[in-house]
Unconditional design. Structure first.
Length: 98
């Protein structure tokens, strides 16, 4: 992860949850069925290799913005084709920054 932070000069903390502990705690983890695992492999996507884990879980697309330990914004949509608009996210971050 450090090479990604350095390469993109990130000014924020980037976390990884390959074990899906946080996703389960937030209630956004779901298990990928075998048909989907097979389909992903057909596209060259190996979930176990990508995560380093064998749980075959993915998170529902979600965004959480915190400031000083308080969640100030959340977006969760189980339809992976619908993503949060960048302008909306930027507004939420700016609002949280005060």
């Amino acid at each position: 992860m450090q090479p990604t932070i350095d390469r993109h000069e990130l000014g924020y903390t980037l976390y990884s949850d390959s074990k899906m502990n946080a996703a389960r705690a937030y209630g956004i983890a779901y298990r990928v069925d075998e048909a989907t695992v097979t389909a992903y492999k057909g596209y060259g996507i190996d979930l176990e290799a990508a995560s380093g884990e064998s749980h075959l879980q993915l998170p529902v697309p979600s965004v959480f913005v915190y400031r000083e330990g308080v969640m100030t914004f959340q977006y969760v949509n189980p339809d992976h084709r619908v993503r949060l608009d960048g302008d909306t996210l930027l507004a939420a971050v700016r609002a949280a920054a005060g």
